[in-house]
Write a protein that binds this ligand. Structure first.
Ligand code: PMP
Length: 777
C-alpha cells in the first residue's frame, strides 16, 4: 500500500493548542500518569515534558490534526522494533495507554481531535557546536549506522509515503524556487537541483533503500549532561521513511556542517563512523556529495516557503537556516571529485581498486620482469622482497592488504600519503607547474620558511631535486670559493650518486677506492667516548697535501647514518670546522638525513654542536616523497657562483615541488612532529635499554629522537652483521620494517616516519624481542 499524504497540509496546518494543565489531564486519563507538564519546543506538533510524582519522566506528544495516524503508527512501531532488536540503542520507549493502545485521541477546545502518544523522556542535553570534535562526528556516524542497522528488518505498509523531507523526491523542490528572492541563492539552489537530477536521480533504483531515521541531526541527538562529548540519546523519529540508506547519511552530514567547520573533514569523519558499523557501497559514496548539496538546498527552500506561510513563526523556522546558504556556497566551491575521492578513501575503496589492479600480475612475474628490465643494479630489500601497494601514516600495505609497520623510511617524514601533502601537490599540479624562470610565490615562501630555521647568514636558497644534486652544487661552490680541490668526509659516509659525490660516498665504493683528493675522518662513535678529531683531521689534511690537494670542504652527514647513526657530540663539529677553515676550506652540513626535526631536540643535526656551516644541503624528507632538495648558503658564496657561471636546474623549485615542501613544513609544525620525535624517541630508546638487560646481543644504542642505531654484537662485543641481518629479516616476516647500517652492517637502523607513536614503538619492541628470541644461536 502506498498512501500519498497531502505533502503540504502538514506544514500548513497550525500546531495543536493545549495548555499544560490539559496535557496533564490527558496523561492521567489515557495513560494513568499523573504529574506536572511543561511545554517543549516543536515545529508542527505539541510536546510536553511530564514529570510524575515518582520522578519518572515522559514526553506527551500531541500530533497535528492532519497527521496521518498510519504514519504515527509506523514511528511507534519502529521504536518498539528498535527496543526489541537493539535494546542498547538509546531511543525513547513507547508507553501504552490504559487500554493497551499506542495512540489515543484528544479533543482540543476548537473541536479538532488530535492523536496523542507518550514515550519515555531521555535524559541529556542538546549538543552545541563547541562540543563537536572528530570523535563526536565519528560517534554521530556510529549512532546513525546503528539506527539504520536496527531498522534493517523493519517494515510498515505506510513507509512508502511521499515525505517532503525525503531527498529522493528533491525534484519536487523546484516549485519552491519562486520563493527565493536573492538571485545568487536562486542560482545556487538550481545548480544543485540540476546536479541531483543529472547525477543522482537515474541511480536511485540501483541504490539500497530501507526505512531510516532520515533526520539524525545534532538537534535530534542528546549528549551527557556531564560529558558533553558523549552521545546518550536519539530522538524525533518524525521523518522516518523508506528511502535510500545514503540519503539518511547525507541528511546527517548536511545538517552538521557549519560555516566554520572543515566540511570535507566533517563529512569524512561521519562517513567513517557510519562505515565501520554499517559498511557503505562504492556507488552510494559516489552520490554523497550531490545529496549533501541537495539537502542543504532543501533546508533553505522549505524554510523560505514556510516563512511565507507563518511569518509569525519566523525566528523558530529560520533558526539555523541563515548560514545554510553560506555553507551551500562553500560546498559548491569544493571539487566534487576530490570530495568523493576522500570519502571513498575513508572507506577504503580507493585502495581496494589499486590493490586489485596491482595484484593481477603474479609476484614471481614481477620479480622476473624487474630483473629483465632493471637489471642487476636495481637490488631489492629483504630475503623475501615486498610488493607494497599503498601507504598510510606509519603503515605500508602489500598486495594482499597485509600491513607492515614502517620503521625504516624517512622520506615520508610526516607519514605516508599525508592528506595535507597529497592535497597540496594535487591542487598545485592542477594549477601550474613550470621551471623557476617565472615569478612564483611558493618558492619564495618555502625559501623564507627554510631560512627562518637556519642561522641568519645562511640566507640564499637554491632548489634542486635530489640530495646528490644538492651536494654536487655545494661541491661546485666550495671548489670555486676556496680555490681548493680536496674533500674531507667520514670513513663510511654516503653523500650521493653523481660522479663527483660518489667519490665522497665510501659506503658504496669498493673498499680502498677513495681517490687521493678525498680523505676520511673518524665519525663520533658515541656521545661519551668519542675520538677527538683534532689529530685525525690534521693527518688527513697533511695526507691530502702530499697528493697535491687542499681541502675545498668538509662534508658531514650530521646524523652519521652510514657510519652507524650518531648525533654530533659537543666539540666534534667545532674541531673539524676550525681545522677545515684554517686550511682554506668551507664547511658543509649534509642534512639530508638528520634535518627536518628527526632528532627531536633540534631541527638540524649540526645544531647539536656550536657551529654555523657555510653551506647546508637537504633533501629526502623535504617533500615527503616528492623529489625536492635544496642548498642554502651565504649571499657571498651565491654571488661568487653567479659571477662565475650561474646555476640552473629545470625541475628544482617548481611550484608543485614547493607546494610539497610547504605542506611538509605545515604538518611538522601543526602536528608538533619534532616534539613527537623527541618524546617517542626517548620512549623507544628506554625500551631498547630495558630489552638490552635481557639480551646482551644488543650493544650501544645511539642517535636521538626517531633516528636511532642499535648495535648488534657477539658475546665478545664484536659487531655481528649476520645476526643483525637475521633480525631485520625476522622482523620483516613479522611485519615490521627496519634496516641495517654501519661499516659492519651490524647497526639496526630505526628511522620511521615522524608520526610514529608510543603504541607503534611497543609493536616494534615486542617484535624485536621475538626476533632476538628466535634468532638465538
Ligand atoms: N646525503 C645523505 C646523508 C644521504 O643519506 C643521501 C641518500 N641516502 C644523499 C645525500 C643523497 O640523496 P639522494 O639519494 O636524494 O641523491
Amino acid at each position: 500500500m502506498s498512501t500519498k499524504q497531502n505533502l503540504e497540509s502538514l506544514l500548513t496546518t497550525p500546531a495543536p493548542h493545549f495548555s499544560a494543565g490539559e496535557a496533564e489531564q490527558i496523561a492521567a486519563e489515557f495513560f494513568g500518569l499523573s504529574g506536572t507538564a511543561t511545554a517543549l519546543d516543536s515545529e508542527r506538533d505539541l510536546n510536553f515534558h511530564l514529570v510524575t510524582e515518582d520522578g519518572d519522566q515522559y514526553v506527551i506528544k500531541i500530533a497535528n490534526s492532519s497527521e496521518d495516524p498510519a504514519i504515527i503508527d509506523m514511528q511507534l512501531k519502529a521504536l518498539e522494533h528498535i527496543a526489541h532488536v537493539a535494546p542498547d540503542l538509546p531511543v525513547p520507549k513507547v508507553v501504552l495507554s490504559n487500554e493497551g493502545k499506542l495512540v489515543e485521541e484528544a479533543k482540543a477546545a476548537d473541536g479538532r481531535t488530535h492523536p496523542v502518544r507518550v514515550v519515555s523522556y531521555l535524559p541529556g542535553i542538546y549538543p552545541e557546536e563547541e562540543f563537536f570534535s572528530e570523535d563526536f562526528y565519528r560517534q554521530m556516524g556510529n549512532f546513525l549506522a546503528r539506527t539504520a542497522k536496527a531498522l534493517q528488518g523493519f517494515f510498515h505498509p505506510i513507509a512508502n509515503y511521499e515525505l517532503l523531507w525525503d531527498l529522493k523526491h528533491a525534484s519536487n523542490l523546484r516549485k519552491y524556487l519562486g520563493y527565493v528572492e536573492d538571485p545568487k541563492h536562486y542560482k545556487l539552489a538550481e545548480k544543485f537541483l540540476d546536479r541531483f537530477e543529472k547525477h543522482v536521480l537515474p541511480l536511485i533504483p540501483k541504490l539500497r533503500a530501507q526505512i531510516v531515521h532520515n533526520d539524525l541531526v545534532p538537534n535530534n541527538l542528546l549528549v551527557g549532561k556531564e560529558d558533553h562529548g558523549k552521545i546518550v540519546g536519539i530522538i524525533d523519529f518524525g521523518d522516518l521513511t523508506h528511502t535510500l540508506i545514503i540519503i539518511d547519511l547525507a541528511a546527517t552530514i548536511a545538517d552538521t556542517i557549519s560555516v566554520d567547520s572543515d566540511a570535507v573533514e566533517v563529512a569524512a569523519q561521519i562517513t567513517a563512523g557510519y562505515h565501520e558499523i554499517n559498511p557503505l557501497e562504492e556507488a552510494e559514496l559516489r552520490v554523497l556529495y550531490d545529496l549533501v548539496g541537495t539537502r542543504l538546498v532543501m533546508l533553505n527552500l522549505i524554510a523560505i516557503w514556510r516563512v511565507t506561510l507563518h511569518p509569525d513563526n519566523y525566528d523558530y523556522i529560520m533558526s539555523g537556516v541563515g548560514p545554510t546558504w553560506v555553507i551551500l556556497e562553500q560546498w559548491l566551491e569544493l571539487d566534487p571529485e576530490q570530495v568523493t575521492r576522500r570519502l571513498l578513501r575513508t572507506c577504503g575503496f580507493w585502495e581496494q581498486k589499486v590493490i586489485e589492479k596491482a595484484s593481477r600480475e603474479s609476484y614471481q612475474s614481477l620479480l622476473d620482469r624487474r630483473e629483465q628490465l632493471l637489471g642487476p643494479l636495481a637490488y631489492l630489500f629483504y630475503d623475501q622482497p615486498l610488493h607494497i601497494v599503498r601507504g598510510e601514516g606509519v603503515w605500508l600495505y602489500d598486495r594482499d592488504n597485509i600491513r607492515y609497520l614502517d620503521v625504516y623510511n624517512n622520506v615520508p617524514q610526516v607519514g605516508h600519503c599525508h592528506p595535507h601533502v597529497v592535497n597540496r601537490i594535487a591542487e598545485q599540479a592542477g594549477l601550474l607547474n613550470t621551471s623557476t624562470r617565472y615569478l612564483h610565490e611558493h618558492i619564495l615562501e618555502l625559501a623564507e620558511r627554510i631560512t627562518a630555521k637556519l642561522p641568519e647568514k645562511l640566507s640564499i636558497c637554491s632548489f634542486v631535486c635530489t640530495g646528490s644534486e644538492a651536494n654536487e652544487l655545494a661541491w661546485i661552490m666550495a671548489k670555486l670559493v676556496s680555490g681548493n680541490t680536496g674533500a674531507l668526509i667520514t670513513h663510511h659516509s654516503y653523500h650521493g650518486s653523481t660522479d663527483a659525490i660518489g667519490q665522497f660516498s665510501p659506503e658504496s665504493l669498493p673498499a680502498g677506492k677513495v681517490p687521493p683528493h678525498v680523505r676520511t675522518l673518524d665519525p663520533p662513535t658515541s656521545n661519551s667516548n668519542w675520538p677527538k678529531p683534532d689529530a685525525g683531521i690534521r693527518d688527513a689534511i697533511r695526507a691530502m697535501e702530499v697528493d697535491g690537494h687542499q681541502p675545498a670542504m668538509c662534508l658531514l652527514d650530521t646524523s652519521f647514518v652510514s657510519d652507524g647513526i650518531f648525533t654530533a657530540p659537543k666539540g666534534y663539529l667545532k674541531a673539524l670546522f676550525a681545522a677545515t677553515r684554517a686550511a682554506g676550506g668551507l664547511c658543509v652540513a649534509d642534512e639530508v638525513q638528520g634535518g627536518f626535526g628527526r632528532f627531536g631536540g633540534n631541527f638540524w643535526g649540526f645544531e647539536y654542536d656550536e657551529v654555523i656551516p657555510d653551506i647546508v644541503t637537504m633533501g629526502k624528507p623535504m617533500g615527503n616523497g616528492h623529489p625536492i632538495a635544496a642548498v642554502v648558503t651565504t649571499a657571498e658564496i651565491a654571488e661568487a657562483l653567479a659571477r662565475d657561471r650561474g646555476y640552473f636546474n629545470t625541475f628544482g623549485g617548481n611550484p608543485v615541488s614547493c607546494a610539497a615542501g610547504l605542506a611538509v613544513l605545515d604538518v611538522i609544525e601543526k602536528e608538533g612532529l619534532q616534539e613527537n620525535a623527541l618524546r617517542v624517541g626517548a620512549y623507544l630508546k628506554k625500551g631498547f635499554e630495558e630489552l638490552r638487560e635481557d639480551y646482551p646481543v644488543l650493544g650501544g644504542i645511539h642517535g636521538a629522537g626517531l633516528l636511532l642505531g642499535v648495535d648488534i654484537i657477539t658475546a665478545e662485543g664484536k659487531p655481528d652483521g649476520d645476526r643483525a641481518d637475521q633480525i631485520m629479516n625476522h622482523l620483516r616476516v613479522n611485519r615490521v620494517l627496519i634496516g641495517v647500517t654501519g661499516p659492519d652492517e651490524n647497526v639496526l637502523k630505526i628511522r620511521p616516519p615522524l608520526v610514529f607513536e608510543e603504541a607503534h614503538a611497543d609493536i616494534l619492541l615486542a617484535a624485536l624481542k621475538g626476533a632476538l628470541e628466535e634468532t638465538q644461536r
